[in-house]
Design a binder for this molecule. Structure first.
Ligand code: 13P
Length: 258
């Protein structure tokens, strides 16, 4: 399948790190370091409590702010949950959905991922929908089966119009926070497979347009190698997004790899 040019995205997932004060300090250091970036989009997803501090600090810059999860109802008696319109009001443009940590530790299912994705889209957010296999799956040769199930249950449950507005992130669980990055070739192979799933479910054109970010131990020293693969449309970065210098060098690495 020939690849049409897709705009790349580097997204930082801060997970459960950073207070509001730390968020403000991060942005003061980070924004000047990425002011020359033109060719890729930058997203930062802080914890809920720091979203407003982040949107205020990022105002006037090209950095888009995201949340790390969302609920599918607009409002109601759902203690502890946050609705899509609340995220929009707080200044979010993106939301990460179905991260492996939510699947592993909070019992998130494919059905929940699909419902959250549809609700986020209706509110005008861009969902970043995550899929990825565990080490035991990879070792048992089940990578494709797991990724296909997660793809079909989540992004595959959308209408073609909805599907055209999401970003997908491939995050092999064995590469998250372990320092073990998938090689660029391993990542590209799975990205190609996900594109095949999208082609079967939607169309060749939609499969070609789908942007897939790679996530799992992305760092300043491996971003260039990863971005040398045309199949990779950017990265979802955990640990290395917490430090302004290291995240800026990932972003600039992506920019110069184009
Ligand atoms: P690390 O970059 O820390 O491995 O985390 C990846 C991740 O889970 C991003 O969502």
């Amino acid at each position: 399948m020939s690849i049409t040019k897709r705009r790349r995205v580097i997204a930082g997932n801060w997970k459960m790190f950073k207070t509001q004060a730390e968020t403000r300090a991060f942005f003061s250091a980070f924004l000047p370091l990425v002011s020359g970036v033109r060719r890729c989009d930058i997203v930062i997803a802080p914890p809920f409590t720091a979203i407003v501090a982040a949107t205020e600090a990022a105002r006037g810059s090209k950095v888009g702010i995201g949340a790390q999860d969302v609920f599918w109802e607009k409002e109601g008696a759902f203690t502890g949950e946050i609705a899509p319109p609340m995220l929009v009001e707080a200044g979010c443009r993106y939301v990460i959905i179905g991260h492996s940590e939510r699947r592993q530790f909070f019992g998130e299912t494919e059905q929940a991922v699909a419902k959250k994705t549809k609700a986020a889209l209706s509110a005008g957010l861009t969902p970043i929908v995550c899929v990825g296999e565990l080490l035991e799956h990879r070792e048992a040769g089940r990578t494709e089966e797991i990724c296909e199930t997660q793809f079909l249950g989540g992004p595959g449950a959308l209408t073609p119009e909805e599907f055209s507005r999401i970003l997908v992130a491939y995050e092999p669980v064995w590469a998250i926070g372990t320092g073990k990055t998938a090689t660029p070739e391993i990542a590209a192979t799975v990205h190609r497979f996900l594109r095949k799933c999208a082609e079967k479910k939607f169309s060749t054109e939609q499969a070609r347009a789908m942007r897939i970010l790679y996530g799992g131990s992305v760092k300043p020293d491996n971003i260039q190698g990863l971005m040398a693969q045309e199949e990779l449309d950017g990265a979802l970065v955990g640990g290395a997004s917490l430090d302004a210098k290291s995240f800026a060098s990932v972003v600039n690495g992506c920019e110069s790899a184009q």
